[in-house]
Design a protein around this ligand. Structure first.
Ligand SMILES: [Cu+2]
Length: 127
């Protein structure tokens, strides 16, 4: 019975790691890769500032997105990124973005935040 209990504890620990580690990777340069620079982005109904982010191909940047009001979302469909930006005073959302290819990568708010939610968008331009 003791053996069984230990097995269950181990399974719980593994589940915990599986659940927690992938989200930690979204954070500040975790997972081994370091950002070349940090770009602060402010979210507020119904815009992101800056709304256009210019990057050089090959750059790795950490986007730190913080809200001045309610919860927002920050989604870059092409990069498979979709995070919640916590409401004012609750910290920020951090993502590592690798500018591997040239192009325009639109981002938008993915969390319904009011009447202008659908116009809350911007783009990353990689040259
Ligand atoms: Cu929104």
């Amino acid at each position: 019975m003791i053996y069984k209990r230990q097995t269950i504890s181990l399974l719980l620990l593994i589940s915990f790691c599986l659940l927690v580690l992938p989200s930690a990777e979204v954070g500040a340069g975790a997972g081994g890769e370091k950002a070349d620079r940090v770009i602060n982005v402010v979210a507020e109904r119904f815009s992101f500032v800056p709304s256009v982010i210019h990057l050089k191909q090959g750059e790795v940047v950490e986007l730190r997105i913080r809200s001045l009001d309610t919860n927002h979302g920050f989604r870059i469909r092409e990069a498979g990124v979709n995070v919640i930006v916590p409401k004012r005073g609750r910290g920020d959302a951090r993502i590592l973005f690798r500018a591997q290819e040239k192009g325009v990568f639109p981002f938008d708010c993915s969390k319904a935040c009011g009447a202008g939610h659908t116009i809350m968008r911007g783009r990353i331009v990689v040259k």
